[in-house]
Ligand binder design. Structure first.
Ligand SMILES: [Ca+2]
Ligand SMILES: [Ca+2]
Length: 184
């Protein structure tokens, strides 16, 4: 069965906004290097600092895992089709996620939880999504949707919302907003 239009829109959004950082139309190592720079400069983590090294190592590990799994023709690039295919497979069995998918989930949660207290609040969420170029007002609205009336989102809640993002066909499910966009 082909991927629904709704899920395809979500997958392409994450591809273009969170992964293809240099907007070349494919994902490769350069995108990850740019993302590392963006994240670290927005946090004020100087190159060589512990936080910089940690971010660098996590991101490069995620890239290596993604490339190994999705880069079918081995050209060092992940295309939109390779990307959509991989997440479609995920949606059929989300409890059996790939290693890099779990690493990326954990990485994003830890990045957003800037205070390190084990949950994300609206300012923490907005600060990370803004770093990827999203408008602050929409991020704040998206957070209200995912938090469903609460002030914070814990890791377990985040992980289940995340799964919903990649699997849900229902536009009103809260997980659809976990990447800061309020409609697809
Ligand atoms: Ca790119
Ligand atoms: Ca926090």
């Amino acid at each position: 069965m082909p991927i629904s239009e709704f899920r395809r829109k979500k997958l392409l959004y994450v591809f273009h906004v969170f992964f293809d950082v240099n907007q070349s139309g494919t994902i490769d190592k350069k995108d990850f290097e740019l993302a590392i720079e963006k994240i670290c400069s927005s946090r004020g983590w100087a190159s060589g600092s512990e936080q910089y090294k940690k971010t660098y190592n996590s991101m490069i590990t995620i890239w290596e895992g993604l490339k190994q799994r999705a880069d079918a023709n081995n050209d060092g690039q992940v295309s939109v089709e390779e990307w959509a295919q991989m997440w479609d497979e995920y949606s059929r069995n989300p409890d059996n996620a790939l290693e890099w998918q779990n690493q990326y989930l954990r990485f994003m949660f830890d990045l957003e939880d800037a205070s390190g207290d084990g949950s994300i609040d609206v300012d923490e969420f907005t600060s990370v999504c803004s770093c990827y170029g999203l408008g602050a007002a929409e991020c704040r609205e998206a957070f209200q949707k995912i938090a469903q009336g609460k002030k914070e989102v814990t890791y377990d809640q985040f992980a289940s919302l995340w799964k919903q993002f990649f699997t849900s066909e229902n536009a009103s499910d809260p997980g659809n907003f976990i990447f800061g966009k309020t409609q697809f």
